[in-house]
Design a protein. Structure first.
Length: 495
C-alpha cells in the first residue's frame, strides 16, 4: 500500500493538467456571483477544462477503443439523442473503453464513455440508446457541478482532484488512480460526495426517456436495460456486483417508474441498425485473447444458418487469424446482399489488399470513397493501407481533406502525421505531431514539435508564419513553469 502522502504519476499529471497549485482552495478562486448555483463552484469553462484533463488520463491509460467503425457508430447514436436534449451549450464526445465490466459514465465537459462490456450486454439498440440518453442527461443537467455545489464546504481543489481521480479510475479500471484521489482527499467520504444523488438519477431518467422518444428510439429501452442489469444483482453480498449497479443503483421502484414514464410516449417498433450489430461484432472479436478463439466462437453455427451480422463477425475473425481468402469470400457475399453497409466495403478492400490483389483492393476503396465521401471509418482504414503500401502522398491528401472537415481523434492526427512524414512533408508532419501533443494535454511537447518544424531548412514562409502564430497562441495558455521549461529547452539547444 502506498503512503497517504504519495501521489501516483497519473494523478500528478491530472493535477498539472488542471493547473492547480498546492495549497489552493476555495478562498483562492474568484467565484462568479451570477448564474446557476453550480456555476459558483464549477463554471462551464472550468467544467470543460476538468473534463479535458480527465479525458487525457483515460487516453493515457491506453484503454480507449480506437476502432473507427465502433467510435463512429457510438457518436452517431449519441449525437442523435443529444440533439433532442441539448440547448446548444454542450459539445458532446462519445467514446468506448476496452473493459469487460458493464458500465457507462459521464465526464465534465460532455465526454461520455461506455465500456465494451456494456455494449455487449445490451440486447438491442434501444437499450444502448437508453444508457446514452441517461448519461447525456447527466451532462445537460450539470449533475457533477451540482454535486460539488452540494458539498461546497470542501475546498474546490480537494473536491476537483478527488472527482477527477475517481472518474478516471472508474473509466480505466486503474485502482491506483482512485487510491491516490482518496489520499489527496484526506480520507473524505468519496462515494457520498461524487455519487449522483437519487434525485439526479431520477431526473436523468426522466429527461433521457423524453429524448429517446424524440430521437425515434423505443422509450422503454432505458427501463428494459435497467431490468436486465437489475437481475444481475447477486443474492450473495460477497459476490461482485456489476459496475453499472455501483454507479447507477437500480431498484424495482426505479424500473417501474421508468416504464411508467415511457408509457406516456408512443411505443416505437424499431429494428436494430446494421451498424449496431457491426459494432458489437467488432467488440466481440477483439475481446478474445487469441484469433483462434474468435474463429471458434463464430464457427459454432453453420454459415448457411447465420444472419448477416454473424457472418460479418465470422469474416473479421478470419481476418484476425490471417485467413484472408475465407474472409474475402464472406465480404463478397455480404456486399452482394447489401451495398449500403460501409463496413462491408472496408472489409472487402482490406482482404483484397492483404491478398496482394492491389488493383482490385484500390478499386474497391476508391469506389467506396466516391459512394460515401468523407466517411470517417472508410477514409481512416483506407489511409492506413495507403501508408502501409507506400502511397503516403495519396493518404496525406485524402486524410487532410477529411480532418479539415471532421474533428479528429488524437490517433487520427498521429496517422496523418505519419502519412505526411513518409510523403516527405516533414514540416507539416511536425505540425500534426504538435497538434497530437496538444490534444493529449502536453503543451510543452506541442511547442517543441513546432520549433523543430521552424528549424527545417526547406520551411516555406507561409508555414513559418502559421507555426509561429500557433506557438504564440499556445503560450497564452501555459503556466509560468511551462514557459520556463520551454525556455530552458530552447537555451539548451542553442548552447
Amino acid at each position: 500500500m502506498r503512503p497517504a502522502n504519495r501521489k501516483t504519476p497519473a494523478l500528478l499529471a491530472l493535477i498539472a493538467a488542471l493547473g492547480f497549485t498546492a495549497g489552493a482552495g476555495a478562498e483562492d478562486i474568484e467565484l462568479p456571483d451570477i448564474g446557476s448555483p453550480a456555476d459558483t463552484v464549477l463554471s462551464k469553462s472550468e467544467e470543460a477544462r476538468l473534463g479535458r484533463a480527465i479525458m487525457n488520463q483515460i487516453r493515457m491509460s491506453g484503454r480507449v477503443v480506437e476502432d473507427p467503425l465502433v467510435t463512429e457508430y457510438i457518436n452517431d447514436i449519441g449525437l442523435r439523442i443529444a440533439a433532442h436534449t441539448n440547448d446548444g451549450e454542450h459539445t458532446f464526445r462519445f467514446f468506448v473503453v476496452d473493459d469487460p465490466r458493464i458500465n457507462a459514465f459521464a465526464i465534465p465537459g460532455g465526454y461520455i464513455g461506455i465500456h465494451t462490456g456494456l455494449l455487449e450486454a445490451t440486447r438491442n439498440e434501444d437499450e444502448l440508446a437508453g444508457v446514452l440518453a441517461h448519461e447525456i442527461a447527466h451532462v445537460t443537467q450539470r449533475h457533477i457541478a451540482r454535486s460539488l455545489h452540494a458539498n461546497q464546504r470542501q475546498s474546490i481543489l480537494t473536491t476537483a482532484i478527488m472527482l477527477g481521480a475517481i472518474l478516471a479510475g472508474v473509466a480505466t479500471g486503474e485502482g491506483d488512480v482512485a487510491e491516490a484521489g482518496l489520499a489527496v482527499a484526506q480520507g473524505s467520504a468519496v462515494q457520498q460526495r461524487i455519487n449522483f444523488t437519487r434525485a439526479n438519477e431520477y431526473e436523468a431518467d426522466r429527461i433521457g426517456i423524453a429524448a429517446l422518444a424524440d430521437a425515434g428510439f423505443d422509450p422503454y429501452g432505458m427501463g428494459s436495460f435497467f431490468e436486465v442489469i437489475g437481475r444481475m444483482q447477486p443474492s450473495d453480498p460477497s459476490m461482485r456486483v456489476p459496475e453499472f449497479l455501483r454507479t447507477h443503483p437500480v431498484t424495482n421502484t426505479r424500473i417501474a417508474e421508468a416504464r411508467a414514464r415511457a408509457a406516456s410516449y408512443p411505443r416505437v417498433q424499431s429494428e436494430d441498425s446494421t451498424n449496431y450489430g457491426i459494432a458489437r461484432a467488432r467488440s466481440k472479436v477483439a475481446e478474445f485473447d487469441t484469433a483462434a478463439q474468435a474463429v471458434e466462437y463464430y464457427e459454432q453455427n453453420d454459415y448457411a444458418r447465420q444472419d448477416g451480422i454473424a457472418r460479418y463477425g465470422r469474416a473479421i475473425a478470419y481476418q484476425r487469424a490471417g485467413r484472408h481468402v475465407d474472409a474475402n469470400r464472406i465480404f463478397e457475399d455480404l456486399i452482394e446482399r447489401d451495398q449500403k453497409v460501409i463496413a462491408y466495403h472496408i472489409g472487402l478492400g482490406e482482404t483484397q489488399l492483404a491478398l496482394e490483389q492491389y488493383d482490385l483492393g484500390f478499386a474497391t476503396f476508391d469506389r467506396a470513397v466516391r459512394l460515401f465521401p468523407r466517411n470517417v471509418p472508410l477514409v481512416i482504414h483506407y489511409g492506413e493501407w495507403l501508408v502501409r503500401l507506400d502511397r503516403a502522398e495519396q493518404a496525406h491528401t485524402m486524410l487532410l481533406d477529411l480532418l479539415n472537415n471532421v474533428p479528429p481523434t488524437p490517433e487520427q492526427v498521429r496517422l496523418i502525421a505519419r502519412a505526411a512524414s513518409e510523403a516527405g512533408e516533414h514540416a507539416e508532419s511536425y505540425y500534426y505531431m504538435a497538434e497530437y501533443m496538444l490534444m493529449n494535454g502536453d503543451l510543452v511537447g506541442g511547442v517543441g514539435f513546432l520549433r523543430q518544424a521552424l528549424a527545417l531548412p526547406e520551411l516555406q514562409e507561409i508555414q513559418r508564419i502559421r507555426f509561429e502564430a500557433r506557438i504564440d497562441f499556445i503560450r497564452e495558455y501555459m503556466t509560468e513553469e511551462q514557459l520556463r521549461q520551454i525556455q530552458r529547452t530552447r537555451t539548451a539547444r542553442i548552447g
